[in-house]
Design a protein around this ligand. Structure first.
Ligand code: ADP
Ligand code: TYD
Length: 205
């Protein structure tokens, strides 16, 4: 039987550098002979992608939003993440439960106790092997994503919302110092890649 794959999640506000480095890490691991699956939340399954479209576009009660995030996650775990890890494939996800704590908890103000109950229901004690939290100032993040494309429901939120999300992420990282590593995302791409290489080598290989 092959060894279980590792589960690595990338977190941070939009524009922090997650997608750029996920692609790079997946290739780096593949070059070292690992099978790697990259995925994202909300989404990652056909049903999850339908829920994502609703979540990013439709106005809804904050608890509905949290429940749909975790519903999509349950599907993602059952159909994609757990089977891949069992086969020995590494899974890298663009966001996971820490995002619910940061956006629905920090951003929207939903009680952490409710989110923790959902976390326990949906994933029990399962946690990523490593979470890389990309931390950048709102100014840098905004400058990076300033494009002509239409902003989704979360991106349209005001500055205060994103400030609370950033703060909640940092608090979560402080509470889980082994699993969550904060990457200062304002540095050069080369410096960040070197740090990711070191963190993955020492925590997962
Ligand atoms: P996210 O997935 O967190 O929203 P992206 O990886 O898509 O962020 O990055 C947003 C933009 O910022 C992209 O155009 C990317 O090339 C650029 N970028 C990411 N990291 C850096 C960095 N360290 N230095 C300069 N530009 C960066
Ligand atoms: P993302 O894929 O980062 O958006 P984009 O394609 O624009 O880069 O994530 C979509 C949004 O969903 C993002 O603004 C954060 C939000 N989100 C939550 O609010 N809670 C969650 O649990 C997750 C996974 C994402």
């Amino acid at each position: 039987m092959s060894e279980r794959g590792k589960f690595i999640t990338f977190e941070g506000i939009d524009g922090a550098g997650k997608s750029t480095h996920i692609e790079w890490l997946a290739n780096w691991l593949r070059q070292r002979g690992h099978g790697v699956l990259t995925t994202r939340e909300p989404g990652g399954t056909p049903l999850g992608e339908k829920l994502r479209a609703l979540l990013l576009a439709d106005d809804m009660h904050l608890e509905t939003e949290a429940l749909l995030m975790f519903a999509a996650r349950r599907e993602h775990l059952a159909r994609v993440i757990y089977p891949a890890l069992e086969k020995g494939t590494w899974v890298i996800s663009d966001r996971f439960t820490d995002a619910s704590m940061a956006y629905q908890g920090g951003g929207r103000g939903l009680a952490m106790g409710k989110l923790e109950a959902l976390e326990q229901w949906v994933q029990g004690d399962f946690q990523p092997d490593l979470t890389l939290l990309f931390d950048v100032s709102l100014e840098v993040a905004q400058a990076r994503i300033a494009t002509t494309r239409q902003l989704d429901r979360f991106e349209q939120e005001k500055r205060d919302f994103h400030q609370r999300v950033r703060q909640a992420y940092l608090e979560r990282a402080a509470a889980h110092p082994r699993r969550m590593q904060v990457i200062r995302g304002e540095r050069s791409l080369d410096e960040i890649k070197k740090e990711i290489e070191q963190l993955v080598t020492s925590n997962c290989l």
